[in-house]
Design a protein around this ligand. Structure first.
Ligand SMILES: NC(=O)C1=CN([C@@H]2O[C@H](COP(=O)(O)OP(=O)(O)OC[C@H]3O[C@@H](n4cnc5c(N)ncnc54)[C@H](O)[C@@H]3O)[C@@H](O)[C@H]2O)C=CC1
Ligand SMILES: O=C(CO)COP(=O)(O)O
Length: 331
């Protein structure tokens, strides 16, 4: 069957944008990637590598890069992989086409409490929008290792068509219509990965990590259901699946940031001069504030927000979580 979506562009040349571009270009298909850094553009076009963000992955020659957003005009669909704090500004510079935008970033914008799809609705009200989210370390996808992921769009026919166009023998997108569920799963798991990293760095044990994963999942579910997400999505690839991946591996930048906090380093020290993002550090105060405003109990998210802001110690945060009144599970 032929696809309406053949010529893809990728907005964002970090690790995940580069890995997705490589996924689509590996069979020789032309893929255009926008990167902010001239150094990345030059290296992709001449050495077929991204030395700043995905240094170990050889890239296909059919993947070409540009630092001019205008070069993404006229393609069939764009994968948008810009960290959420910078997303609105980058979207403003995109050429105004009618092709679908597929959001692959995992976070919630400060002040507006907007997820990527909401930000795009402001910038491009008429453009079709989808979300791609799940347990997907960039270096594994770039290396062609088996991966499954959720692809959500309001319109099931669009989700299925995009899933078919992105699928590869080792890359299986599962179509869904639960856009908000896919976005909440990705944003909240990043915060919980920081929490699990803290437990690891502070040597609080594996029981504590398992407790955090399951109580964190309860928080994600409360927040998601209150905003109209479906429980199956939160228990699926974009929620629980990604939570398990990033809460158990220091390959996760969020988990690694937490490990540093757990060992006693300050957030400021850990974030200084870093080129890569740990989106959970941006999202924790935003999700904590949104939950507070809506009366949703999210104590782990709140603790991470305080630790990232540097206004609580790990010992204080653990004590605060352990001294909460006992309650019925599931309540
Ligand atoms: N790395 C991974 O394995 C995965 C990452 N993600 C998500 O993808 C999104 C992008 O992450 P990565 O590609 O890993 O990024 P990265 O951490 O590899 O690189 C940082 C990115 O931020 C961009 N950036 C920095 N300052 C900027 C600014 N002022 N304006 C615009 N862009 C700026 C850089 O150009 C670069 O593309 C995040 O939301 C992340 O949670 C999702 C799935 C997997
Ligand atoms: O989202 C990811 C894997 O699904 C990557 O997680 P980190 O951003 O924590 O590295």
């Amino acid at each position: 069957m032929t696809s309406d979506f053949v010529r893809f562009g990728v907005v964002g040349g970090g690790a995940w944008g580069t890995a997705l571009a490589q996924l689509l270009a590996a069979d020789g298909a032309p893929v255009r990637l926008w990167a902010r850094e001239e150094e990345v553009v030059l290296a992709i076009n001449t050495q077929h590598r991204n030395p700043l963000f995905l240094p170990d992955a050889p890239l296909a020659p059919s993947l070409t890069a540009s630092s001019d957003l205008a070069d993404l005009a006229g393609l069939d669909a764009l994968l948008v992989v810009v960290p959420v704090p910078y997303l609105r500004a980058v979207l403003e510079g995109l050429p105004s086409d009618n092709s679908p935008l597929i959001f692959c970033s995992k976070g919630m914008e400060a002040e507006s409490f907007a997820f990527p799809v909401d930000i795009a609705r402001d910038a491009f009200p008429a453009r079709p929008r989808a979300v791609l989210s799940g347990p997907t370390f960039a270096h594994e996808v770039a290396a062609g290792l088996p991966t499954a992921i959720t692809l959500a769009a309001d319109d099931l026919a669009l989700a299925e068509a995009l899933a078919r166009a992105l699928a590869r023998p080792h890359f299986r997108p599962y179509a869904s219509t639960d856009v908000i569920g896919a976005e909440i799963g990705g944003a909240v798991k990043n915060i919980l990965a920081i929490a699990c990293g803290i437990v690891d760095g502070a040597r609080l044990g594996l029981n504590a990590r398992a407790a955090l994963i399951s109580r964190g999942f309860a928080e994600m579910t409360r927040f998601g259901l209150a905003r109209g997400a479906q429980a199956e999505t939160l228990a699926g690839l974009a929620g629980l699946g990604d939570l398990v991946l990033t809460c158990t591996s220091s390959n996760s930048r969020n988990f690694a940031l937490g490990q540093g906090l757990g060992r006693g380093q300050s957030a400021a020290e850990l974030m200084a001069d870093r080129r890569t993002v740990a989106e959970g550090a941006f999202s924790a105060p935003v999700v904590a504030a949104a939950a507070r405003a809506e009366g949703i109990d999210m104590p782990i998210t709140d603790a991470v927000a305080h630790l990232v802001a540097g206004d609580a110690s790990v010992a204080d945060a653990v004590q605060a979580l352990l001294s909460r009144p006992l309650r019925r599970e599931g309540a």
